[in-house]
Design a protein around this ligand. Structure first.
Ligand SMILES: N[C@@H](CCC(=O)N[C@@H](CS)C(=O)NCC(=O)O)C(=O)O
Length: 211
């Protein structure tokens, strides 16, 4: 297998933490996003949405989209389970992973990609070009603050995002919080449960090795 990757950016980081938790190592091929290599026809043939991470199997089949790649890896390396084991765990983890992605991760992406500094004409990842919508910056900031508040309440009663065990939902939430810090959108000090959880997950070797 081969993993098309780019160092330091959020979605590849999510996958690298996921793989480290499972002890999986796959040779990497760097796709230079700054040079626009993700949009070249050769890479587009492997990754229809022109993004990383993208996994190429030994038979040449390619799988992109973070959740799809993680699901594939979970199927071939079930231990430790990061998407749950029982039907109930699987449902609960998928629910929280989706909530963290939609309300947290996408809000940070809106803030970044619609701000003045980068991504001219590339407000959305994918094969098509879109102009920025500057209003999404403030809305993104508001949504992140609301996400922090919601997680603060939730984590008052749960050790991890999806309950008592670390899961893929923690990876999504952790990378969201760290990604938001790039934009100086941090949680208030009064969010003690969120901070307790953030310290707990940040101390995992998988996270420390991919920071
Ligand atoms: N929907 C994709 C998003 C992946 C994504 O946004 N990757 C970014 C790097 S964090 C990327 O490849 N960006 C290319 C670009 O900006 O054109 C997924 O779930 O994997």
């Amino acid at each position: 297998m081969k993993l098309y990757d780019y160092p330091g950016v959020p979605n590849p980081r999510r996958l690298n933490i996921f793989m480290a938790e499972k002890g999986i190592d796959i040779p990497r091929v760097q796709v230079d996003l700054l040079k626009g290599e993700q949009l070249e026809p050769e890479f587009r043939a492997k990754s229809p949405n022109c993004d990383v991470p993208t996994l190429e199997l030994d038979n040449g089949t390619c799988i992109s989209q973070l959740n799809a790649v993680c699901r594939y890896l979970e199927a071939i390396h079930p231990e430790p389970p990061l998407y749950g084991s029982t039907p109930e765990e699987i449902g609960i983890i998928e629910m929280w992973n989706q909530i963290c992605f939609t309300n947290g991760f996408q809000a940070v992406a809106d803030l970044f990609r619609n701000g003045p500094d980068w991504f001219e004409g590339r407000a959305l990842v994918g094969p098509h070009n879109y102009e920025k919508i500057p209003e999404l910056v403030d809305r993104g900031r508001q949504r992140i603050m609301n996400f922090y508040g919601d997680m603060e309440q939730h984590l008052a009663e749960h050790k991890y995002i999806a309950g008592s065990a670390f899961s893929v939902a923690d990876i999504t939430a952790l990378v969201t919080v760290d990604f938001a810090q790039w934009a100086n959108v941090t949680a208030p000090d009064t969010h003690v449960n969120l901070k307790r959880w953030h310290t707990l997950v940040s101390e995992r070797p998988s996270v420390r090795d991919n920071s």
